[in-house]
Design a protein around this ligand. Sequence first.
Ligand code: ATP
Ligand code: MG
Length: 146
Amino acid sequence: ESTDIVEIIFKIVQKHQLLKTGKEIIFLNNLKPIFLNIDVFHFENCISNLIDNAIKYGGNHIEVNINSISNAVEITVTDNGIGIEKNQQEMIFDKFYRVQKGNTHNVKGFGIGLYYCKKIIEKHQGNIELSSTKNKTVFKIDIPNE
Ligand code: ATP
Ligand code: MG
């Protein structure tokens, strides 16, 4: 179904802001609607997990953005945390994979979120990628808009 994903993601951001996690969560989009054919339930779960991860493992500043580029819609979730080391970046999308030190050891999770997220985005002919350096971790989703 064709849905305004800006509104959907804005609501998810608001929900996380209300949780009073002590983290600053900023929505950078100007709220102009962007319509996409998506499976709303699974799409929402995917975006929620990215923001949830940024809160759990990331820094204290999180930015969420959505942009319409030529043939696709680009969604980014960025945080200023310690990030994910190069040698772990590929495994991060594997089922049950969690980083076994530093940022994760005292945080609960199953290691399912990113695996599921990738599956869902690929079902939408899209792509999810990670780039992480010191103080800047970006999860970027691209979904073609026909
Ligand atoms: P679940 O989502 O199933 O509750 P989880 O959050 O541990 O559990 P994923 O969402 O798949 O699982 O994330 C996998 C791992 O990737 C996390 O355990 C964490 O080590 C790492 N990770 C994910 N997002 C970030 C981030 N923004 N900064 C640093 N590490 C991250
Ligand atoms: Mg998670």
